[in-house]
Design a protein around this ligand. Sequence first.
Ligand code: SF4
Ligand code: SF4
Length: 89
Amino acid sequence: MESKAEYDDYLVVLRENVCSHCIERQPGCPPCAPQGKACGIEQHIPELVKICRTTDSVQMEPYIQQLHDKICEDCAYQDTPTCPCPLDY
Ligand code: SF4
Ligand code: SF4
């Protein structure tokens, strides 16, 4: 079980390697939540880490499937017409 500090370390790496390429990133972001932008990277990081640790594939599909099954299924935005989160793509 990771501590909050360890998840903070993952967040730093994700921001360097993912957020830096995000087409939805607004000036001054991340963090995006304070700007009203919901993103799974900030909201579901423990689940994301768990998926990465329990999935082993060179293909993206198994990770996407896990995302849908383990994160999106319980996400507050699941039933909204449009996901505010770029995590899926
Ligand atoms: S929307 Fe998500 S992936 Fe994009 S910059 Fe914000 S936290 Fe990062
Ligand atoms: S349901 Fe949509 S907003 Fe929620 S984690 Fe999945 S892709 Fe992101």
